[in-house]
Design a protein around this ligand. Structure first.
Ligand code: GLN
Length: 197
């Protein structure tokens, strides 16, 4: 499976490394034309306002909505999760708006600005090593969204069909199992929609 990592801003190289550890091929995606060559796309952590601005500038909003329509999976981590959401707390404009959830940015406050924890995640056998950095939280989800994990009673991993989102950075440790889960999603999507190549 060829997995792209949106390379406009943020933690790109780390995601490519995790994709490869999980057995996929990782590519940095800078132009919309590259979307045709990949089986799934990761939107990395970074700064969501900046990523959103660059996505508009380089026509990624429409292109990724179409990518999603084709049934190809998207995985948003941290700022990438914010980019996927259809509602942001505080009235800020949504970016891709594909995932039915309300997200609060920088939701942990200053004392817990960044920390690591072992997080139980549905579909992953033992707790996943997760790094939270000025992380967002999912405050509310629609009925079609499956909650995969919570931390302190708050939602931090969720899935809606071919959309996967984590509040934390799964690419900053050697624990690549969430990338493995995403590769499985990409594999199934590719089987369901075989392309004439
Ligand atoms: N706080 C950032 C934002 O709101 C996200 C932080 C991250 O991706 N580590 O965009």
């Amino acid at each position: 499976m060829k997995i792209g990592v949106l390379a406009l801003q943020g933690a790109v190289a780390e995601h490519i490394r995790s994709v490869e550890l999980a057995g996929g091929v990782g590519v940095a995606v800078k132009r919309t034309e590259q979307l045709a060559e990949i089986d799934g796309l990761i939107i990395p952590g970074g700064e969501s306002t900046t990523i959103g601005k660059l996505m508009r500038k380089y026509s990624f909003i429409e292109a990724l909505r179409e990518f999603h329509e084709q049934g190809k999976p998207l995985f948003g981590t941290c700022a990438g999760l914010i980019v996927l959401a259809n509602r942001l707390e505080g009235g800020e404009e949504a970016h891709l708006g594909l995932m039915n959830m309300t997200v609060a940015r920088n939701a942990f406050g200053r004392q817990r600005e960044s920390f690591e924890t072992d997080l139980p995640v549905k579909g992953i056998e033992t707790p996943l090593r997760a790094v939270f950095i000025r992380a967002p939280l999912i405050k509310e989800v629609g009925a079609e969204v499956e909650v995969l994990s919570t931390y302190d009673g708050e939602i931090v991993t969720a899935r809606q069909g071919n959309l996967l989102a984590s509040s934390y950075h799964p690419e900053l440790t050697d624990d690549y199992r969430l990338h493995g889960l995403f590769l499985d999603m990409a594999r199934k999507a590719a089987e369901a929609a075989p392309k004439a190549k």
